[in-house]
Design a protein around this ligand. Structure first.
Ligand SMILES: Nc1ncnc2c1ncn2[C@@H]1O[C@H](COP(=O)(O)OP(=O)(O)OP(=O)(O)O)[C@@H](O)[C@H]1O
Length: 589
């Protein structure tokens, strides 16, 4: 039993209480059943009584049998209901955890494995919680109650039971060790298989163009073959374990039977006691045999529980922040003071000593070579991660005291690849503001230049879009994202070159709508194009996680330094003043 599961999930405690009650009642009923049965048989066969004279005992026996069946049924459905509750509670907590951890944590994980844990891992908890855990309680209780009763009736039988029973857990532990490592292997290969599938689905275009789809298919074949072998190995172990348990139980029962038989024949033991013990003994071993089987059913769940708690315990890149909500967000500067950030497991910091101020209403372009730390800086500004050194503050309020959920309500983020969710166009827009009226949605779509194509869709804004916005062009997705931004009407905008993947014509058109959005708002834009940087008030030029230059774009173009080097890397710097040709040549920074 995973102690964390017991400690942290309340339903598991209820489940345990329930199965302990079931175990005690079962033990008592088993003994009562054996006693009544032995009484009936000895009266009818030894005492030569008629069935009519033991009729009341037969009714009692029937009542006990029915009670046992009802108890088992109640136990099983109760356990199942509670297991389902535990599963949904963990599913919620995992999702919440991933949402809290934010994009930086999720992107650093293997997506296939994460999906496997969230779907299959949670699913695997059911046999573990609904079958294995109750069986542990029953195995601890029922044989103990039977053992006490057996000792009180006949100490020799009690002694045989006591001596033989430790053999079963001994073999179970021996086999269990093997089974655990084989289940671990099975889990790992299944995760690898999920990751492979996801890779193929997400990277289909790249794979096709690189002519690698056959190679990936072979990869899947290998992973699935490995999974088959791991599964077969687990099954073999489960089979051997069942065989050993059956054998041990049969041998022990035979020993008890011989010891009893040897005393009944010469008349040293009353028939009723002998019969009672013989009926009781199989029920002594049954929970152990069931435990063996259910242990193997529950192994995947045990492995999954470990992984689930690993995710729940992962170090948080983004702490929850505080509760402060400073007034007038749009009048507050964003102040970075010697900000540094180091990703866990990386030796080099992604950001170091970044000090700068974004004034209210100012539009900042962040430029720099790949890996300079631009995206990391945006992530910190959105509160997805906490600086490992230095501070970021909104006015006088450090981010650590800021209510980050509230902050994100005042912030909009536009990316290179906006995500469109499966659902209608209207749903996708309402995501920015659930209470937006139809008129507001239409107005936002118009301002983003999206209304025309939305109206032309088969069912207008009620058209259902596929996951990832299938059926829409890159420009259309961007305009949808822009409409979201208009609808959200946040005073602070963060952007990661939203026009980077668009053709020049669409880009120019989209910029018309973007400029309107940025007017009067504070913006920090990661710019890969000179044209984008030029549209902003200030340029921050970054390299190796450091802020090397800050200044107006036209000014920085004139002085030697990183910004000019970035431009020169793509085109020879023309004579001062020849911005038109510079613009053409340095399409990309
Ligand atoms: N999730 C992550 N885990 C570990 N290291 C990361 C992670 N994301 C980025 N890094 C590292 O941090 C550094 C800065 O990366 P960042 O993505 O911020 O750069 P960038 O300037 O946005 O680059 P690009 O223009 O290529 O997107 C890089 O060295 C990168 O390898």
């Amino acid at each position: 039993m995973n102690p964390r599961l017991l400690k942290e999930v309340k339903s598991v405690q209820t489940l345990l209480g329930l199965v302990i009650l079931q175990g005690v009642l079962s033990g008592i009923l088993i003994i009562a059943q054996a006693s009544v049965l032995a009484l009936i048989v000895s009266r009818v066969f030894i005492g030569h009584q008629t069935l009519a004279s033991v009729q009341h005992l037969l009714w009692v026996l029937l009542a006990i049998i029915v009670a046992r069946a009802v108890l088992t049924w109640l136990g099983e459905t109760g356990s199942l209901a509670l297991a389902t509750r535990v599963q949904s509670s963990l599913r919620m907590r995992l999702t919440q955890r991933l949402l809290n951890a934010g994009p930086l944590y999720v992107h650093a994980q293997k997506t296939g494995e994460l999906v496997n844990t969230l779907i299959q891992g949670i699913e695997d908890l059911e046999p573990y919680l609904a079958r294995y855990v109750p069986q542990i309680a029953i195995t601890a209780l029922v044989p103990t109650i039977i053992l006490v009763e057996a000792f009180s009736r006949d100490w020799i039988t009690g002694l045989i039971l006591l001596i033989t029973v430790p053999l079963i857990p001994f073999f179970m532990i021996l086999i269990g060790r093997q089974a655990e490592s084989s289940t671990k292997r099975q889990w790992e290969t299944l995760s690898r298989l999920s990751a492979h599938f996801l890779d193929v689905l997400q990277g289909l275009t790249t794979l096709k163009l690189l002519g690698q789809s056959a190679g990936q298919a072979r990869g899947i074949e290998r992973a699935s073959d490995e999974f088959r072998r791991a599964t077969m190995a687990s099954l073999r172990i489960a089979f051997v374990s069942a065989l050993v348990l059956e054998l041990l139980a049969s041998l022990s029962m035979a020993m008890v039977a011989v010891a009893i038989g040897l005393r009944v024949i010469p008349g040293r033991m009353p028939f009723e006691t002998a019969f009672f013990l013989l009926v009781l003994v199989p029920d002594f071993y049954l929970p152990w045999r069931m435990l063996g089987t259910r242990f193997h059913d529950g192994l995947n769940g045990m492995e999954a529980a470990k992984r689930i708690f690993e995710i729940l315990d992962a170090p948080e890149l983004a702490k929850a922040g505080g509760t402060m909500r400073p007034a007038a967000v749009d009048a507050q500067p964003i102040v970075l003071n010697r900000v540094g950030f180091q990703y866990p497991g990386r030796s080099e910091p992604a950001l170091q000593g970044v000090s700068a101020v974004v004034k209210p209403g100012e539009r900042v372009a962040v430029v720099g070579p790949s890996g300079a730390g631009k995206s990391t800086l945006l992530a910190l500004l959105m509160g997805f991660a906490v600086p490992t050194s230095g501070t970021i503050a909104l006015g006088d309020t450090p981010f650590t005291s800021l209510d980050l959920a509230w902050w994100r309500q005042h912030v909009m983020y536009l990316t290179q690849n906006p995500y469109i969710f499966a659902g209608t166009v209207a749903d996708n827009l309402r995501m920015a503001r659930w209470d937006a009226t139809d008129a507001e949605i239409r107005r936002a779509a118009e301002r983003a230049g999206a209304w025309e194509y939305i109206a032309a869709l088969p069912q207008g804004w009620q058209t259902v879009l596929g996951e990832g916005g299938t059926g829409l062009s890159g420009g259309q997705k961007q305009r949808l994202a822009l409409a979201r931004a208009y609808l959200k009407d946040a005073p602070v905008i963060f952007m990661d070159e939203p026009t980077a993947n668009l053709d020049p014509e669409t880009e120019a058109e989209l910029w018309g709508h973007l400029e309107a959005l940025l007017t009067g708002r504070t913006a920090v834009v990661v710019a890969h194009r000179l044209s984008t940087a030029r549209r902003m008030d200030v340029v921050w030029a970054m390299n190796h996680g450091q802020l090397e230059q800050v200044g107006a774009p036209r000014e920085l173009e004139r002085v030697p330094g990183l910004y000019r080097e970035l431009i020169q890397a793509y085109a020879p710097l023309p004579e001062e003043g020849h911005y038109a040709s510079l613009h053409r040549a340095a399409e990309t920074l």
